[in-house]
Every structure is written in structure tokens, then in C-alpha cells.
Write a new protein. Sequence first.
Length: 328
Amino acid sequence: MKLIILIPAYNEEENISRSIAAIPSKFESVDSIKTLVVDDGSTDRTAEKAAEAGAIVVSHSYNRGVGAAFRTGLDKALELGADLLVNIDADGQFSPSDIPALIKPILDGKADFVSGDRFTRADGKSMRPEFMSGIKYWGNRQMSKLISRIVGKEYPDVSCGFRAYSKEAMLRLNLTGSFTYTQETFLDLANKGLKIRTLPVSIKYFPERKSRVAGNIVKYFFNTIKIIIRAYRDYQPLRFFGALGLLQFAGSFAAGLFTLIHYLKTGAFSPYKVVGFVGVYLFSLAILLWIVGLLADMFVRIRKNEETLIYFEKLKLHSRATLDKNLK
């Protein structure tokens, strides 16, 4: 059983060596542990410090975002023959001592993907981490409610960057967002029927440190919502376009009903002819959106076939790494 600890890093020369050193050298039921650092276009000595600390380092030529860094790390982990993948931040806010708890449900066959939960205590009660602002806490909770509603199962924290993946989850996962990847992972793996769990983890926020991902709340919110909308559109096109069409149909029904009542009362459409035309336009738009939904649903089958091909290509990559190790 080979475990890869993935650390995406951007300008973390002050923390990266300490973060790598904090990772235990052995875990129960794990034969091999390797640390993989994805240097996301750092302008400092992050990559050099990580290599000196004994990590495998992959570097981007420019800063592409944590979502892109995670995808690079995921591909490299499969290339290295990983059976388990744990993603942890580079700044030391999460404790590596929680890794055994994260990977245990996977080792026991009870989960394919286990995500850390920052907002639930061991006794099951909700909490806000120390030094986490009220607006960030509220925003994270609302995002969790939104993702939970979409996937049909409640998850208290969908944005935590401390999480574990089985080999099957790594092979199945197919992400597109570059800004972040956390919420999209829930949507993707839940849509594919993989077993998902969340577990409380300890976290230490530093009051003087500004988040690289959520430093600008407004930017973070809109970029994250954009990723979620795209994922929902791609995975559930009938529901997505159906809901949009239903809104237009409701508007057309209201406009048509108003125009009809006015005509029955007065015997004329004036001066509200425009309302009737708006109703016809909205009805036509509703029909068009429903047709687009049906067509998009057809393309879902094509995408699933493409993802099956990607799955087997990833499996070949992983199998090649395992074979090379056995030959050595």
C-alpha cells in the first residue's frame, strides 16, 4: 500500500520544510510514504526548500491556481503508483497526526473519498475555528448547504483542503476548475456513485496570515459559484436547463394570464399588448431551454464514455508504475 502526501504550494519557502518534516515516516497498513510538492509557479525558494527536505517536486512555470496544482499532483501521484493520496496544505494549519483517521475509512473499505471537517467537534456539535472570520465561516456553511442540496446528502464542510482519496477515487476524479477544486470534487465523485465521508479534523488558523485562495471573499465567492454552476450544468443538464425553462414558463404564464383577464374585462388587449408579446417570448424561451436540456443530456453519455477512456488511460499509468516497481 503506497501513500502519497500531496502538498500544493505557492511562495511557501518559510513553511514548506517544516510541513514536510511534520509528516510521520510510517502509518499502520501503509508500506511506502512519499511526499509530493507541486510548486505552483512560486517566485521564492519553495521548490528548492521542498527538494532539500526530501520531497518529490513538480513545478509550474507560472501560478495557475490551487485547482490546477491539485490536478498536476493527482496525475503525478498516479504516475508514481499511489494507492492512497492525502492532500494537505503547505502552511501547517492542519495536523499530519489526523492522517491515520482520514485514511482509515478507505483502508476499511467504507469510503473512497474522505474530507476533513473543520466545523464539527468530536462530540458532533458545530463550531467555528479560532481566528476564522465570521463572514468566512458563514460563507463556507452556505457553500456546504448548496453542495449538499445538489448531491442529495448533507456534508458540513465541502471546502476543506485536507482530504484523502482511494485509488478508485483518483482514477475516477475528473476536474476542470483551476481556481479551486474542493467543491467540484464532491460534485464529481458523488455523481459517479463513490462513497464519500467527512471526519472532524483539527485546524490552526494564523491571524496574521491571509488566505491565498479565499483572501478576497467576493472573488472567491464568484469564482467558486462559477465552478459549481458549470459542474451542475454538466452533470445534471436536464435539471439545470429544466429549472431555467420553468422560470421562463412561469413568467410567460403570468403574462398570458394577465393579458387574458384584461381582455375578458375590457374586450381589448390595449394598452397591454406588450405584456402578451413578452409572454409569448418567455414561452418560446422556455421551450428552447428545455430542448437544450434534452440535447445536453445526450452529450452527458458522450462525456461518460470519454471519462471511461480517461479512466483506463490513468489505470495504465498507475499499472506501469506498479510494474516498474516490481521489476526493480
